[in-house]
Structure formats: C-alpha cells, structure tokens
Design a protein around this ligand. Structure first.
Ligand SMILES: [Zn+2]
Length: 270
C-alpha cells in the first residue's frame, strides 16, 4: 500500500513537471507571437541544387519554398552593407530584415540559387574561398562578376578555408588579407564582409580583420542581431538539407527567436 502511494506520488510530480514544461513552452511561444524579437535574422546556406545529396545541399524546390515562407511572414532581404549602414544611422531597415548568406562559393549559387532569388526580387551575400574560384563545382570569376552586377554582395571566406584559430596569427593574417586583395583585383567591389571558416573565431582574429579593413564578420552561433551586436561576431542560423521540409525551416527560425529571447550566444559590443 505504502509503495503504491509512493509510486502514485512519483507519477503525480512527473505529471506536474511536464505540465509546467508545456506551460512554459506555450508561454514562450505566445510571448514571441505577441512581442516578436527585434533583430536582424541572418541565414547560413551553402549549396542549392538537385544533384548533390550532402547535408550542405538544399534542393531547389525546398529553397524556393523557404524563400516564399520568408515572404509570407513579412521578411525583406537586405545586404550586410544595408545592416552596417543602419547600425551607423545612415539607412532605415524594413520591419523584418533577413540577410541570406552562402558560404564557400559553389557554382550552383549562380546556376540554381540566383534565378530563384531574382524571381522574387531578393538579394544575398556570398562568401568566397578565393583559392577555389574556377575549380570544378565552384564559381568562376565571370560568374562572380555577373552575380555582383545582379545585386549579389561578395565577401571573403579566406583563401584556403582553414580554421583561422588553428594556425599562427601571421598565417591567419595572410588568409584574411590575400583573399580580400584577390577579390578586389579581379573586379569585385570593396570587400568588407567576412565569414569565419568552421565558425572558429577569437579576439585576435577580429583585430586582424579590423586591421585589414573588414567591417563585419559572421559566425555560426545562432541568434538575432541588433544594433548592439558586435559586428565582428554576427550570429547566423544554419540551414542544412531539411529532413522535415518547411516544418524544420520554421523550427530553425523559431530557434533564432528563442536564442535571442533567452540571451544565448548574445555577442554584444565589448
Ligand atoms: Zn565554409
């Protein structure tokens, strides 16, 4: 009898615990719906095509559906430069700004991704690994210059795509400096945006970026970006190949709101 009562008590507390969790989750969802977080959403993509099957590839139909979902939710695409100008008070941002970023510089960004963007009047930022330009499967210089003319912003993702914190600072400086120079020598407008390979950053890397006249850098840390976010530690939501279609995309957008609301990974200006 006594052990039965004990078991009952145990179940009772477990039930109460789950009810509380549900209530908290419901409350959080309702608060996000009533008081949407203020901040710039940055999405991190790699490939958009229908022929590669790795985790970095979003199929074209899924990508198109994600763009339409962003539009339906009232998001407007902006460039990294738009955001930086707004941070300095030189430009007004739309109500729900989103920056679409693409790392590594795959050729499908030109052949498959760009037409889907243009059909919707959207823009994006592509971060190039400069020593891969022109290799099979990667963007060529001609494609890159054409993308720039069609409204795509070009940034650096280093020369060789090695994590910068795993090499001597002098080597890291070369990666940062040479990739920028090579892009600019080949007709790309002043390169001010940077994406950390493997998302690995450190204070001394930000110093190197500043010394080489970069104005902003994106990490792989999730969250939203406000006017107080450190411009060298901008936060992004990764969008890999979806396994649950649009539901997964919606959950990833929710993750940005949630991280922002809970103050996780929030990189404020020091
Ligand atoms: Zn990369």
């Amino acid at each position: 009898m006594a052990s039965g009562r004990k078991r009952y008590a145990w179940r009772h507390w477990l039930g109460a615990f789950f009810a509380l969790c549900l209530l908290a989750a419901g409350g959080l969802a309702a608060s996000i719906a009533i008081f949407p977080p203020e901040g710039v959403l940055i999405l991190e993509y790699h490939k958009v095509n229908d022929w590669s099957n790795d985790v970095y590839t979003v199929p074209t139909a899924e990508f198109a559906a994600q763009l339409d979902e962003l539009s339906a939710r009232g998001y407007t695409t902006i460039s990294l430069l738009d955001f930086l100008r707004a941070k300095k008070g030189k430009q007004k941002l739309p109500d729900k700004p989103v920056i679409l970023t693409f790392d590594d510089g795959y050729l499908d960004n030109y052949t498959d991704m760009l037409p889907l963007l243009e059909a919707r009047g959207m823009k994006a930022t592509v971060f190039m690994v400069t020593n891969d330009i022109g290799l099979p499967g990667y963007l060529t210089w001609d494609a890159l210059r054409d993308m720039q003319e069609r409204g795509i912003e070009i940034g650096s993702h280093t020369a060789n795509h090695l994590p910068l914190t795993g090499m001597p600072p002098s080597e890291a400086e070369k990666e940062v400096k040479l990739s920028k120079l090579l892009l600019e020598w080949n007709g790309i407008r002043t390169v001010f945006g940077f994406s950390y390979p493997n998302g690995s950053y450190a204070d001394y890397i930000s110093t190197i970026l500043k010394r080489n006249e970069y104005l902003a850098a994106v990490t792989g840390d999730p969250g939203l970006n406000t006017m107080d976010t450190d411009p060298y530690l901008l936060q992004r939501i990764n969008i890999p190949r979806p396994r649950l279609g649009l539901t997964e995309f919606r959950l990833r957008l929710f993750k940005a709101d949630l991280c922002d609301r809970l103050g996780l990974w929030r990189h404020r200006i020091k």
